[in-house]
Design a binder for this molecule. Structure first.
Ligand code: UDP
Ligand code: MG
Length: 168
């Protein structure tokens, strides 16, 4: 099996419940490398791109409120790229099934997820579910310069008059 990359996001409930340390140590058992990481304030636009394929599902609006932090008063997620042998399936295994009630109780979602009264699965982490999704998601959340392994083909462009915030 070849090395692959996968996007992992600790969702706002994971941060609110201070589960980062536990989730990272569970993931470290897979023997993968973290090759990118950052905290992100999730905009409505990023949320819609990330979950766009679910836009016709009844829980979509609530899902956007979840991932943008409006449900938890926590407008922050931790986004990471894990890399190594069978990274996608290894991480999905540790994370557990989408529905926290169906997830293996020793998985992250089985241990810490819950179903809200609205029916939304508040399930602590996101993990890419295929190589195709992983590529799309990593390209959406990270720029090539933020990832320490050259995962996908890149090009160099010259930008003019780009405004950028720098330390004063
Ligand atoms: N979700 C939900 N109800 C469903 C399916 C999904 O609340 O019936 C939410 C849940 O938070 C899930 C996210 O939408 O993590 C994305 O759904 P997907 O089917 O991609 O599941 P995942 O890949 O996260 O396991
Ligand atoms: Mg998915």
């Amino acid at each position: 099996m070849a090395r692959e990359a996968t996007l992992v996001i600790i969702k706002p409930d994971g941060l609110k419940k201070s589960l980062t340390g536990d989730i990272l140590s569970r993931l470290s058992q897979a023997g993968l490398k973290i090759i990118a990481a950052k905290t992100v304030k999730v905009s409505e636009s990023l949320a819609k791109k990330h979950y766009g394929h679910l836009s016709d599902r009844p829980f979509f609006k609530e899902l956007l409120r979840y991932i943008t932090g409006q449900l938890h008063g926590e407008n922050r997620v931790l986004a990471m790229v894990y890399y190594g042998e069978s990274a996608i399936s290894q991480v999905r295994q540790i994370v557990g099934a989408t529905n926290p009630e169906e997830a293996d109780p020793v998985s992250v979602r089985g241990a810490y997820g819950r179903i809200l009264t609205t029916g939304l699965f508040e399930n602590v982490v996101h993990a890419s579910s295929s190589a195709e999704d992983a590529e799309k998601e990593i390209k959406l959340w990270f720029a090539p310069s933020e990832v320490v392994v050259n995962l996908y083909p890149c090009k160099v462009i010259t930008l003019e008059k780009v405004e950028q915030k720098v330390w004063a």
